[in-house]
Design a protein around this ligand. Structure first.
Ligand code: 5GP
Length: 130
Protein backbone atom coordinates (compact mmCIF):
# COMPACT_ATOMS: atom_id res chain seq x y z
CA UNK A 1 0.00 0.00 0.00
CA UNK A 2 1.24 3.48 -0.88
CA UNK A 3 2.51 5.43 2.10
CA UNK A 4 0.62 8.58 3.01
CA UNK A 5 3.24 10.91 1.57
CA UNK A 6 3.04 9.21 -1.84
CA UNK A 7 -0.68 9.95 -1.72
CA UNK A 8 0.10 13.58 -0.99
CA UNK A 9 2.53 13.66 -3.93
CA UNK A 10 -0.07 12.26 -6.33
CA UNK A 11 -2.81 14.52 -4.94
CA UNK A 12 -5.00 11.73 -3.56
CA UNK A 13 -4.61 13.33 -0.14
CA UNK A 14 -4.61 17.14 0.04
CA UNK A 15 -1.92 19.22 1.69
CA UNK A 16 -1.07 22.82 2.34
CA UNK A 17 1.64 23.06 -0.28
CA UNK A 18 4.64 25.32 0.17
CA UNK A 19 6.80 24.48 -2.83
CA UNK A 20 7.33 21.78 -5.42
CA UNK A 21 9.59 20.85 -8.29
CA UNK A 22 10.07 17.65 -10.28
CA UNK A 23 11.93 15.92 -7.47
CA UNK A 24 10.82 17.42 -4.15
CA UNK A 25 7.73 18.69 -2.35
CA UNK A 26 7.32 20.85 0.76
CA UNK A 27 4.04 21.11 2.66
CA UNK A 28 2.84 22.02 6.15
CA UNK A 29 2.87 19.32 8.81
CA UNK A 30 -0.74 18.64 9.74
CA UNK A 31 0.15 18.29 13.45
CA UNK A 32 2.63 21.13 13.81
CA UNK A 33 4.97 21.95 16.66
CA UNK A 34 4.94 25.58 15.49
CA UNK A 35 3.31 27.83 12.96
CA UNK A 36 5.06 27.13 9.65
CA UNK A 37 6.26 23.63 10.63
CA UNK A 38 7.00 22.18 7.20
CA UNK A 39 7.89 18.75 5.83
CA UNK A 40 10.22 18.44 2.86
CA UNK A 41 10.16 15.16 0.98
CA UNK A 42 11.64 13.55 -2.12
CA UNK A 43 9.10 12.38 -4.68
CA UNK A 44 11.01 9.14 -5.17
CA UNK A 45 9.99 6.53 -2.65
CA UNK A 46 12.66 5.88 -0.04
CA UNK A 47 11.91 5.17 3.60
CA UNK A 48 15.22 5.83 5.35
CA UNK A 49 16.80 9.17 4.46
CA UNK A 50 20.34 7.78 4.58
CA UNK A 51 19.41 5.23 1.92
CA UNK A 52 18.94 8.07 -0.59
CA UNK A 53 21.60 8.37 -3.26
CA UNK A 54 24.02 11.26 -2.78
CA UNK A 55 22.55 13.42 -5.53
CA UNK A 56 18.96 13.12 -4.27
CA UNK A 57 20.09 13.61 -0.68
CA UNK A 58 21.97 16.81 -1.51
CA UNK A 59 19.06 18.01 -3.61
CA UNK A 60 16.63 17.43 -0.74
CA UNK A 61 18.70 19.55 1.62
CA UNK A 62 19.21 22.32 -0.96
CA UNK A 63 15.46 22.39 -1.57
CA UNK A 64 14.85 22.44 2.20
CA UNK A 65 17.26 25.36 2.52
CA UNK A 66 15.21 27.49 0.11
CA UNK A 67 12.04 26.63 1.99
CA UNK A 68 13.64 27.32 5.40
CA UNK A 69 14.80 30.78 4.28
CA UNK A 70 11.24 31.57 3.19
CA UNK A 71 9.72 30.29 6.45
CA UNK A 72 12.14 32.46 8.44
CA UNK A 73 10.96 35.57 6.58
CA UNK A 74 7.34 34.85 7.47
CA UNK A 75 7.39 33.33 10.95
CA UNK A 76 9.05 35.36 13.73
CA UNK A 77 11.68 33.04 15.28
CA UNK A 78 15.36 32.80 16.10
CA UNK A 79 16.11 30.00 13.68
CA UNK A 80 14.56 27.26 11.60
CA UNK A 81 15.45 23.99 13.28
CA UNK A 82 15.73 20.81 11.27
CA UNK A 83 14.95 17.32 12.42
CA UNK A 84 14.74 13.92 10.77
CA UNK A 85 12.75 11.23 12.54
CA UNK A 86 10.74 9.11 10.13
CA UNK A 87 9.30 6.95 12.88
CA UNK A 88 5.69 7.52 11.86
CA UNK A 89 5.70 7.82 8.07
CA UNK A 90 8.03 5.46 6.14
CA UNK A 91 8.96 8.02 3.49
CA UNK A 92 12.10 10.15 3.88
CA UNK A 93 11.38 13.67 5.12
CA UNK A 94 12.93 16.64 6.84
CA UNK A 95 11.03 18.61 9.46
CA UNK A 96 11.61 22.38 9.32
CA UNK A 97 10.45 23.94 12.57
CA UNK A 98 10.62 27.62 13.56
CA UNK A 99 12.32 27.73 16.97
CA UNK A 100 13.15 30.16 19.73
CA UNK A 101 14.34 27.51 22.18
CA UNK A 102 15.09 23.80 22.23
CA UNK A 103 11.65 23.28 23.72
CA UNK A 104 10.07 24.36 20.43
CA UNK A 105 11.40 21.30 18.59
CA UNK A 106 10.57 18.76 21.28
CA UNK A 107 8.40 16.21 19.47
CA UNK A 108 6.90 15.06 22.77
CA UNK A 109 5.20 18.44 23.12
CA UNK A 110 1.50 18.86 22.51
CA UNK A 111 0.94 19.88 18.89
CA UNK A 112 -0.67 23.19 17.92
CA UNK A 113 -4.12 23.33 16.34
CA UNK A 114 -4.79 25.62 13.39
CA UNK A 115 -7.94 26.13 11.37
CA UNK A 116 -7.86 25.32 7.64
CA UNK A 117 -7.91 29.07 6.97
CA UNK A 118 -4.89 29.60 9.23
CA UNK A 119 -2.98 26.73 7.57
CA UNK A 120 -3.80 28.11 4.13
CA UNK A 121 -2.76 31.66 5.05
CA UNK A 122 0.66 30.66 6.38
CA UNK A 123 1.24 28.26 3.47
CA UNK A 124 0.44 31.01 0.95
CA UNK A 125 2.67 33.53 2.70
CA UNK A 126 5.65 31.16 2.81
CA UNK A 127 5.03 29.81 -0.66
CA UNK A 128 5.14 33.31 -2.15
CA UNK A 129 8.72 33.73 -0.89
CA UNK A 130 10.27 30.40 -1.92
P1 5GP B 1 7.87 11.19 11.59
O1 5GP B 1 7.68 10.08 10.57
O2 5GP B 1 8.97 12.16 11.20
O3 5GP B 1 8.06 10.64 12.98
O4 5GP B 1 6.52 12.03 11.65
C1 5GP B 1 5.72 12.20 10.51
C2 5GP B 1 5.11 13.58 10.49
O5 5GP B 1 4.19 13.61 9.42
C3 5GP B 1 4.34 13.96 11.77
O6 5GP B 1 4.84 15.19 12.27
C4 5GP B 1 2.89 14.07 11.30
O7 5GP B 1 2.18 15.13 11.93
C5 5GP B 1 3.03 14.31 9.81
N1 5GP B 1 1.92 13.76 9.05
C6 5GP B 1 1.41 12.50 9.14
N2 5GP B 1 0.40 12.33 8.27
C7 5GP B 1 0.26 13.51 7.61
C8 5GP B 1 -0.63 13.94 6.59
O8 5GP B 1 -1.50 13.23 6.09
N3 5GP B 1 -0.47 15.22 6.16
C9 5GP B 1 0.50 16.07 6.66
N4 5GP B 1 0.56 17.29 6.15
N5 5GP B 1 1.34 15.68 7.62
C10 5GP B 1 1.22 14.41 8.11
Amino acid sequence: MANIFLKIIDGTIPCYKIAENDDYLAFLDINPLAEGHTLVIPKNETDYIFDMNDESFKGLFLFAKKVALAIKKVVPCKKIGISVLGLEVPHAHIHLVPINSVYDIDFKREKIKFTPEEFQKIASEISALV
